[in-house]
Structures are given as structure tokens and as C-alpha cells.
Design a protein around this ligand. Structure first.
Ligand SMILES: NC(=O)c1ccc[n+]([C@@H]2O[C@H](COP(=O)([O-])OP(=O)(O)OC[C@H]3O[C@@H](n4cnc5c(N)ncnc54)[C@H](OP(=O)(O)O)[C@@H]3O)[C@@H](O)[C@H]2O)c1
Length: 214
């Protein structure tokens, strides 16, 4: 599948390396335009493409990987979303540290800025130096925390990261799970592993009952 990235820095490139190894193509975009990405796509090979933000955002799955200060500008510059999955890999870091959203979360804010997109939070809680390592160690797999308000989108993102070798851990809604995996929160920044294979659990959220699949 072709996956778009908004941002082409460390996080987008780290994701691209693993996604390309699993057979996906990457449509990179950044603020300065596709012509500035020629060197990068040359280095990454034929599965990588350089595009405008609009073209990257048209893909079925889109990774948001820009600095927090630029999230609003990035999303406001895009045309309407039509149900694409928007993976929010950002951390709401300001000069004063982690931004406090109270009972809300940074991903809820992103969902409001991208109406029509199915926002799923993933990747943000992991240092890229860990993300880039082999996620499989014997019978263990590196845990990938995932939150979303749309269960089917969260499940698709869990499938994607499972294909990349991770053990997806679904935390629930963007407000509840998003807060747990936010920068500075309990689950952020640790390098955790789970015995594999593991059943996939969906906690109860948005009024839907909890569910476990083998
Ligand atoms: N670094 C980590 O270990 C890590 C881990 C988890 C999550 N995160 C989060 O992931 C996000 C990205 O981090 P990063 O380390 O990949 O940053 P980065 O290496 O500095 O790359 C940022 C990218 O965002 C692009 N960008 C900035 N403003 C933009 C705009 N208005 N429109 C479109 N593209 C824009 C930049 O494009 P130009 O070069 O054209 O300006 C650049 O390609 C941040 O929110 C960060 O907190 C980082």
C-alpha cells in the first residue's frame, strides 16, 4: 500500500524504513516542497516518492510527523479529508514542556483540525532509536501503543504495526488512551516488550463494549 507522510524528518524516515521493508511505498511530503526531497527519495529507493502535502494526504493512510508548533498550519493547509486514516505521531511539546490538555488530549485537538480524517495515535511514545531496532527478540515483540475513536481505523493501524513486527497495544479512545501515551504520561518513553503471539484486546470506549480477539 502507498502511505503518505506529512513531514519527512526523523519520525517519517524511521517509519518509512520499516514500512518499505514490509513492502509498502511511502509518499513523503514536507513544508518546503517535493523538490527538496529528491535526495531523500534517491537514498530510500524506488518505494519512496516525493510529493506535495496534498498528494501525501490523499493516501489511504497518512502519518502526521511534524513538530507540535506546526501541526495547526500543516492541517489547515490541506483540503477536506474523506475518511483516510491519519496516524498522529506527534508529541505536544512546547518550550514550557508537555502541553496540558486536562481531560482532552492533543490527538482530540488534531481530530478537530482534521474533520473527516480517522485519527489514530501511534508511534509518539517511542524514541526513534528504539523504533528503528528489530522489534522482535525471541518470543517477545516491542509494544506499540495505539489509541483511536474509530475502532476499525485503530484496528487497521494495529494490523499495520503488527506487519512491521510490533506488538500492538490498544488503549481506547483518543481522550483516554491518547492521554496515557502522551509525552510525559505513564506509558511514554519506555521500551516495553510483550510475549508474542498475544491476543488483541480492545478496551471499552465510546460506548462500545470491550472485545478480545485471538
Ligand atoms: N524524534 C523522536 O524521537 C520522536 C519520537 C516520537 C514522536 N516524535 C514527534 O514526531 C513529530 C516529528 O518529529 P521529528 O523528530 O520527525 O521532527 P523533524 O526531524 O524535525 O522533522 C520535522 C518535519 O516536519 C516538516 N514540517 C514542519 N512544519 C511543517 C508544515 N507546516 N507543513 C509540512 N511539513 C512541515 C519538516 O519539513 P521541512 O524540513 O520542510 O521544514 C520536517 O520534514 C514531532 O511532533 C515530535 O514530537 C518525535
Amino acid at each position: 500500500m502507498k502511505i503518505g507522510t506529512l513531514g519527512a524528518g526523523l519520525v517519517a524516515q524511521s517509519f518509512a524504513l520499516k514500512a518499505m521493508a514490509a513492502g509498502h511505498e511511502i509518499v513523503f511530503s514536507n513544508r518546503r516542497g517535493p523538490e527538496t526531497l529528491t535526495g531523500l527519495v534517491g537514498e530510500f529507493g524506488p518505494q519512496a516518492h516525493a510529493a506535495t502535502l496534498e498528494e501525501a494526504a490523499r493516501q489511504e493512510i497518512v502519518l502526521l510527523a511534524v513538530p507540535w508548533a506546526n501541526v495547526e498550519d500543516t492541517l489547515n493547509s490541506l483540503p477536506a479529508w474523506h475518511g483516510q486514516i491519519l496516524i498522529d505521531a506527534t508529541n505536544a511539546l512546547t518550550e514550557g514542556g508537555a502541553e496540558d490538555f486536562g481531560q482532552d488530549s492533543s490527538s482530540e485537538m488534531i481530530a478537530r483540525l482534521a474533520p473527516g480524517a480517522r485519527v489514530v495515535k501511534a508511534m509518539n511514545a517511542m524514541f526513534m532509536e528504539n523504533f528503528r531496532k528489530d522489534p522482535v527478540i525471541g518470543d517477545l515483540r516491542r509494544a506499540m501503543f495505539i489509541s483511536g475513536n474509530d475502532r476499525s481505523a485503530a484496528s487497521d493501524v494495529a494490523d499495520l504495526f503488527e506487519d512491521l513486527g510490533f506488538a500492538p497495544v490498544l488503549l481506547g479512545s483518543l481522550a483516554r488512551g491518547g492521554r496515557m501515551q502522551a509525552v510525559g504520561a505513564t506509558l511514554a518513553g519506555h521500551d516495553l516488550f510483550l510475549p508474542w503471539p498475544a491476543p488483541r484486546s480492545f478496551p471499552a470506549f465510546n460506548g462500545e463494549p470491550a472485545e478480545e480477539t485471538a
